[in-house]
Design a protein around this ligand. Structure first.
Ligand code: CTP
Length: 410
């Protein structure tokens, strides 16, 4: 069976997926799916009913997912409420195979096994993939349970017709992996407030070459930009991250590495037309060496070396009139010391921004390279949102919470 990681839709890669397995023969197919999701960068955690354990081994699913498998609500030594913990954690839940019995439990809101209880505790979209004998699938009670689940907002994937384990030919087979993956991707996308939006983020301090081995740069770590890109991707956006820094990126973020401010401008010109949101978290070097030596500058007998610097273009200003940016919401960043708010407000208007995040570089607890940040978002209409010290990843979500409702409608 071939289950290439590349076949996993981009919207699903890197997600936290809870796979809940009920007791049906098709449980063996779920093993391949768990492996495929894991290889595509998803974190997969599995829970299975006691009956599922008669079809596939807990050790198999533990090995393939790389995480302990929940087998009942009362496991010794685990979380006090394992179903609540798993339901909280998951970004999407898949119940596969969902037996007739499991469908009945879900439709009636029972919570007496780990699968049903986790679905009750889920805060994320739930996809249910029924698989059973054709006569069972054909029963009115099963159809009513499915209709109930759909009415309540769960995604129920239609089983496929074909040869069934019982030897009968009919409807009831667990669909191909591609169908399940597409259903999870679809369910996830509907929940993101940036679904269908294109977002461009810049990150890191640009490097302005002096010669092939030296450059001028700054202390920016690029972490805020990577956090913003990840947060936007998790909210369903298509994200391009133009970065002068190298960190592991969210699997759904397309990273375009750059070095200098000039490279960054070229990459921006390519990426922004048609985009909805630009977040300029990069610390763009204001000056670059006027001449870049093609060969390594030797010390020789030189007592001093004079570098003449010339100004880099202002990237935001250069993009101001770029075609295809009429609806682009521009968010800038200002890391300032003295006269913080005066400078921040001035940049907001001078650079034609829709919003700017100002923060105070004098604060040691949010210094360059820190995992934390704090600051205030100022909007063009004068409104402001204060964000107290939080991790950069959380900061990214706070920023998007404030910005997304202000994006122009498409
Ligand atoms: N920026 C830019 N192009 C530059 C410099 C900065 O687009 N050449 C962007 C940054 O990415 C940031 C915002 O402008 O979002 C503010 O950056 P900052 O370095 O504070 O602004 P400067 O224009 O360099 O102002 P100053 O040097 O006076 O602080």
């Amino acid at each position: 069976m071939s289950t290439p990681a590349e076949a996993v839709p981009a919207g699903l890669r890197g997600r936290r997926v809870a796979v809940l397995v009920a007791g049906g023969i098709a449980a063996y197919k779920v093993c391949a799916l768990v492996s495929q999701l894991t290889r595509a960068g998803c974190t997969v955690r599995v829970a299975m009913t006691e009956a599922a354990g008669r079809f596939v081994g807990e050790a198999t699913l533990r090995g393939l997912s790389g995480h302990p498998v929940l087998t009942d609500l009362w496991a010794a030594g685990g979380a006090a409420e394992p179903h609540v913990e798993l339901g909280d954690w998951a970004e999407v839940v898949l119940v596969a195979p969902a037996t007739a019995h499991a469908l009945a439990r879900l439709a009636h809101g029972l919570g007496d096994d780990i699968v049903a209880a986790t679905v009750l505790a889920a805060r994320s979209p739930v996809v249910v993939a029924p698989a059973m004998n054709d006569a069972m699938w054909g029963k009115a009670v099963v159809a009513e349970n499915v209709a109930t689940l759909r009415r309540r907002g769960l995604t129920v994937v239609e089983p496929e017709a074909g040869r069934l384990a019982s030897g009968h030919v009919g409807s009831g087979r667990l669909p191909e992996a591609a169908v399940l993956l597409a259903a999870m991707d679809g369910a996830l996308g509907e929940s993101g407030d940036l679904r269908g939006r294109r977002v461009v983020v810049t990150a890191g301090g640009t490097r302005e070459a002096i010669d092939p081995v030296r450059f001028i740069s700054n202390y920016s770590s690029g972490r805020m930009g990577f956090a913003l890109a990840a947060a936007a991707a998790e909210r369903g956006a298509e994200v391009v991250l133009i970065s002068a820094a190298a960190h592991p990126a969210h699997p759904r973020v397309e990273v375009r590495p750059v070095e200098s401010a000039e490279d960054m401008l070229g990459a921006l010109r390519e990426a922004v037309p048609g985009a909805d949101l630009l977040m300029m978290a990069a610390a763009v070097a204001d000056y670059r060496p006027a001449e870049r030596s093609e060969t390594k500058i030797r010390r020789e007998n030189r007592e001093e070396l004079v570098l003449r610097l010339e100004r880099n273009p202002d990237l935001l200003a250069s993009l101001a009139t770029s075609p295809g940016t009429e609806n682009l919401f521009r968010l800038g960043f200002a890391a300032e010391g003295e006269d913080l708010w005066e400078h921040t407000r001035e940049k907001l208007s001078r650079k034609g921004l829709d919003a700017i995040l100002g923060n105070d570089i004098r604060r040691a607890d949010i210094a360059f390279g820190s995992e934390h940040n704090a600051g205030t978002l100022l909007f063009r209409d004068g409104s402001r949102v204060d964000i107290e010290r939080v991790t950069k990843r959380e900061m990214a979500d706070r920023i998007l919470d404030a910005v997304v409702p202000r994006l122009p409608a498409r």
